[in-house]
Ligand binder design. Structure first.
Ligand code: ATP
Ligand code: MG
Length: 284
C-alpha cells in the first residue's frame, strides 16, 4: 500500500491519480472483503494492546470531498474496536469562539492521549483547503500554514504520537452519482445538503488545494496516503492495511503482571501451586 504514500515536495496533481485504481490488491473484490474481515480482527487486538500498554498515541486524519466516504471509512474500519480507547473528533465550520483563536486552538485538545486512538473527521487541513478555496483569509496567511502544520505535527510526533493521514480520492463523476443517491434513496436523504452543490462547482480549486496540501505536508513522521476511493471496499482495504501495518510496527507489549501473580489464587478460593496461566502473545 506504500504506493499511495505521498512524498514530501514531489510534483503532485491529485487529478491525475486514478480513483478506480485497485492495483495494490491482486485478488477479487470478494477476496478483498474477506481480507477486510481478517484485518478488522487484527486491528481489534492491536487496539486492545495499545490501550493496555498505555504508551503510544495514534492519530488518524481523514480528509475528502463531500461524499468522499469519511463516514463510511470510520464505520467500516473501526467496526470491531473497543469504543473505550477510540474517539472520533469531527471538525465543522468553526464557531465564533474558535474563530477568535488561532486555527490550531480547537485541534490540539483533541489529539490522542496515551493508549488512545483518535480519528479526525476533517481536521486542521480545512484551514488550507476550504479556507483557501473560499478566500476566507488572504493568501499570505494560508500559505504559511503549511509550515505551521508540519511543525505542529513534528512536535506531536516527537512527543510520541503516531500520525497517519488519508485523503480519500473520488472522481467528480462518482460524487455526482453519490449526491444523486442522496436524493433518490429515502434513507440517504438526511445526508443531502444543497450546499454540497455549491462546493462541487469549485472542484478544480479543491483539487489544486489538495495537491498542494498533500505534497507540502506529507512527512516521514506524518505521511499522507492518497487512497483511491471510488470503490468502498478498496478504500477500506487500503486504510485498514496501512493502519494495521503501522500499529504492528510499534511492537507493543502488554504491561508485566504483578509479581508472582498465582500467589493470589487462594485468596479467591483457587488452588495454589498450579501452573502459571498462559501469557498472552507479548507481541501481537
Ligand atoms: P458529511 O460528509 O456527512 O456531509 P461533513 O464533514 O461534510 O460531513 P458538514 O457539516 O456537512 O460535515 O460540513 C462541515 C463543513 O465545515 C465542511 O464544508 C467543511 O469544509 C467546513 N469546515 C471545517 N473546518 C473548517 C474551517 N476551519 N473553516 C471553514 N470551514 C470549515
Ligand atoms: Mg458535508
Amino acid at each position: 500500500m506504500d504506493k499511495y504514500r505521498i512524498r514530501q515536495g514531489e510534483e503532485l496533481d491529485v487529478r491525475k491519480l486514478d480513483p478506480d485504481d485497485h492495483s495494490a490488491w491482486e485478488g477479487s473484490k470478494e477476496e478483498g472483503k474477506q481480507r477486510l474481515v481478517e484485518l478488522r480482527k487484527e486491528l481489534a487486538s492491536l487496539q486492545e494492546l495499545l490501550y493496555a500498554e498505555g504508551k503510544h498515541r495514534v492519530l488518524v486524519v481523514l480528509q475528502a470531498m463531500d461524499t468522499g466516504g469519511k463516514d463510511g471509512t470510520i464505520r467500516s474500519v473501526f467496526e470491531g474496536v473497543n469504543p473505550q480507547g477510540v474517539r472520533v473528533a469531527s471538525f465543522k465550520a468553526p464557531t465564533p469562539i474558535e474563530l477568535a483563536h488561532d486555527y490550531l486552538w480547537r485541534i490540539h485538545p483533541q489529539v490522542p492521549g496515551k493508549g488512545e486512538l483518535v480519528v479526525f473527521n476533517r481536521s486542521h487541513y480545512e484551514d488550507v483547503l476550504v479556507v483557501r478555496v473560499h478566500n476566507l483569509v488572504p493568501k499570505a496567511v494560508w500559505r504559511r500554514r503549511y509550515r505551521h502544520i508540519v511543525d505542529f505535527e513534528r512536535m506531536l510526533a516527537d512527543e510520541g504520537v503516531t500520525i497517519l493521514k488519508f485523503y480519500l480520492h473520488i472522481s467528480a463523476d462518482e460524487q455526482k452519482k453519490r449526491l444523486l443517491e442522496r436524493i433518490e434513496k429515502p434513507e440517504k436523504r438526511w445526508k443531502f445538503n444543497p450546499g454540497d452543490l455549491e462546493e462541487r462547482k469549485l472542484w478544480d480549486n479543491y483539487m489544486a488545494a489538495y495537491s498542494d496540501a498533500l505534497r507540502r505536508t506529507s512527512t516521514k513522521f506524518a505521511p499522507w496516503y492518497a487512497v483511491p476511493a471510488n470503490s468502498n471496499w478498496y478504500r477500506n482495504l487500503v486504510v485498514l492495511s496501512v493502519l494495521v501495518d503501522t500499529l504492528r510496527k510499534l511492537k507493543m507489549k502488554y504491561p508485566s503482571p504483578v509479581e508472582n501473580i498465582t500467589q493470589y489464587r487462594p485468596a479467591l478460593g483457587g488452588k495454589d501451586g498450579e501452573a502459571e496461566p498462559d501469557q498472552p502473545d507479548r507481541e501481537a
